[in-house]
Design a protein around this ligand. Structure first.
Ligand code: ADP
Ligand code: MG
Length: 613
């Protein structure tokens, strides 16, 4: 028998869609406050957000409309379908308050500017009482308690209080980022957690909320896509992919493709497993995007998703290439970005660095090396393994990278255009990790792994662009296991892989054999590289998926195929590596974004020894 559902049942179903957890309650209520034009919003919660109050100084609701506000599909924000396409409010479905009211104790108190007194309406799990007069300030207060008490199934799925609280903070931060013109105050159990007063400068607000300073502004427009980003320097990164805050038409949304676009813009400036900070606003003509694809409005659909991707990459990349973090800081050296600047023929030369900073940097590095590691010895190794070796220790490499990246940029001055690495005199090797060398005027420490990695990476990229990556065939094909899906997608890209120098054949539903790899690559790096390729292709079906994967695949192969930290090298080997660095313009940073060397002038050293003043 088909029956129309009672509205209380419908409300509960709607509550299931709009409201999965307390953070979504916070989101809906804050949106209502902002829609009401509030310039002050206060959030108070306890019990992991199951009790939550949102207070605002917005327009308020007139007494005769209070009951309507709690009814399903009752909204003051749209009248007809066309309105959906010229929305300027967060809400429009008119279902948040009714949904919340059906699964909680809700008390709504409100007063408009025109009223001399406020009114309060109470709903207990959907049962609404008549409004009462109360004294209240202009604005609204929605107080929700015992959320989901009558929906045990929902209660069971709530995560720990800590995780709910962190979700609520994320929600409030998202509003804080997009609305610097509004002050936000958040308290938990009566204790102030967050407070951001009104701030004229959106970038400043973002720095404060993300606790990253400085952030940089990238702005541009392409094909109707207005892009504005507050982004972090590539050496200030996160270990998890949580640094992207995306706003489309002012709404905080999730979008994998745009996330990929941001990563694409940062390509080769970050190490694997590093993620940038980026607050990204995309605005476009309303008919170019659908915001009504999800009940919680956490996703959008672009009419032209590939243009969205391209616009973000272009605008962000253009700004990243201007390397503003170098210019903004007084401690500038030939870092990876400056090397880029040099290789592009320059522009305004980055400023010099303060001697004091250079000293402390080098001192710190030396101290770490001396005292945390085994030895500090100049040596000329003779009885050594062949070069380059077969395995690289990723762990070691990334541990070390921390040392560099957690400090200021490496200390050097700009490299002269006619500088030749090959002309340096090799002094020896330090801690089996750094090549020590000198020119007529400077002392150099070169990270052997990072340097070699860059060389191999550049060679592979160059070969690939020229369409021929020299291959070596395996006498015994290498057999590798993957999941069935991965095998399928790798085989689908057999030709692309062939162009990259990797020859594969299927050997079973979950097995591939690799017949050939690029000449410069060691066997050990192949499995990881194919895995990276498979992961990227499956998570990214866009038209440039293969192109996007190549840099990462080559970076991974290089990393696994080059000399590693902790490996003794002979003078000849060190000299040969330095010479190879001259083959490419980018030798000053590794493909994962780490600096390759640090340098100190003799005059600085002499100054430190008190030989000159
Ligand atoms: P929607 O936001 O989609 O319109 P809601 O159920 O969230 O639906 O809210 C219903 C209506 O109640 C809104 O359209 C608005 O008129 C009114 N309202 C809700 N919260 C507030 C508030 N904080 N200040 C003023 N009016 C509000
Ligand atoms: Mg709403």
């Amino acid at each position: 028998m088909i029956q129309t559902l009672e509205s209380s049942v419908i409300d509960k179903i709607a509550a299931g869609e709009v409201l999965e957890r307390p953070a979504q309650l916070a989101k809906e209520l804050i949106e209502n406050s902002l829609d009401a034009g509030a310039s002050e919003v206060e959030i108070d919660f306890s019990e992991g957000g199951r009790n939550l109050i949102v207070r605002d100084n917005g327009s308020g609701i007139s007494p005769d409309e209070l009951e309507k506000a709690l009814q399903r599909h009752a909204t003051s924000k749209i009248r007809n379908v066309e309105d959906l396409y010229r929305l300027h409010s967060f809400g429009f479905r008119g279902e948040a308050l009714s949904s919340v009211a059906s699964v909680s104790q809700l008390v709504l108190t409100s007063r408009t500017r025109e009223d001399s007194i406020g009114h309060r309406i109470r709903s207990t799990f959907g049962k609404v009482e008549a409004p009462l007069e109360v004294s209240a300030p202009i604005g609204s207060e929605v107080s929700v308690s015992q959320l989901f008490e009558n929906v045990p199934a929902r209660l069971k799925f709530l995560k720990s209080d800590t995780s709910e609280v962190s979700q609520i903070k994320t929600v409030v931060k998202s509003f804080g980022l997009s609305r610097p013109d509004v002050s936000f105050k958040v308290s938990k159990d009566g204790e102030l957690l967050l407070y951001w007063p009104i701030e004229k400068d959106a970038l400043r607000r973002a720095e404060e909320i993300l606790n990253v300073e400085p952030l940089f502004l990238a702005e541009g427009e392409e094909q109707g896509f207005k892009i504005r980003a507050f982004y972090g320097a590539p050496n200030v990164t996160l270990r998890q992919n949580r640094g992207l805050w995306l706003f489309v038409q002012g709404r905080f949304v999730q979008d994998r493709a745009i996330g990929a676009a941001v990563m694409e813009a940062y390509r080769n400036l970050l190490m694997h497993g590093e993620y940038p900070h980026c607050v990204l606003f995309i605005d476009l003509p309303p008919d170019q995007v659908d915001v009504n694809v999800h009940p919680t409005k956490s996703q959008v659909r672009f009419a032209n998703p590939s243009q969205a991707f391209r616009s973000v990459v272009h605008v962000l990349r253009d700004h990243l290439h201007t390397t503003p973090w170098l210019k903004s800081s007084s401690e500038v050296g030939v870092s990876r970005q400056e090397a880029k600047w040099l290789s592009r023929g320059g522009g305004d030369a980055p400023s010099g660095i303060e001697v004091k900073d250079q000293m402390t940097f080098l001192e710190r590095e030396l101290k770490k090396t001396q005292f945390q590691k085994k030895s500090f010895a100049l040596k000329d190794s003779q009885n050594l393994e062949s070069f380059p070796p077969t395995l690289s220790d990723l762990r070691t490499a990334s541990d070390r990278s921390e040392v560099f990246r957690s400090e200021s940029e490496p200390s050097t001055t700009a490299r002269a255009p006619d500088f030749q690495w090959g002309s340096l005199q090799v002094l020896g090797q330090m801690d089996n990790t750094y090549i020590l060398a000198q020119s007529d005027s400077d002392f150099y420490m070169v990270d052997q792994h990072a340097a070699h990695e860059r060389v191999v990476f550049e060679r592979l990229m160059l070969n690939w662009k020229e369409g021929k990556v020299p291959q070596q065939n395996f006498l015994l094909p290498l057999s590798l296991d993957f999941s069935e899906v991965e095998v399928e997608s790798l085989l689908l890209h057999k030709e692309d892989l062939e162009k990259m120098g990797i020859g594969i054949e299927q050997a079973g539903p979950q097995t591939l054999v690799v017949n050939s790899v690029p000449e410069v690559i060691k066997e050990a790096g192949v499995a990881k590289a194919l895995q990276i390729f498979a992961d990227q292709i499956s998570s990214d079906s866009g038209s440039f998926a293969v192109e996007r994967a190549i840099g990462d695949v080559f970076a991974s192969m290089s990393c696994h195929s080059v000399v590693r930290a902790g490996q003794a090298l002979s003078t000849i080997e060190m000299k040969s590596l330095l010479e190879q660095m001259d083959e490419f313009p980018f030798s000053s940073f590794c493909p994962h974004g780490r600096p390759v060397y640090i340098k100190k002038s003799f005059s600085q050293i002499e100054r430190e020894f008190g030989r000159i003043c």
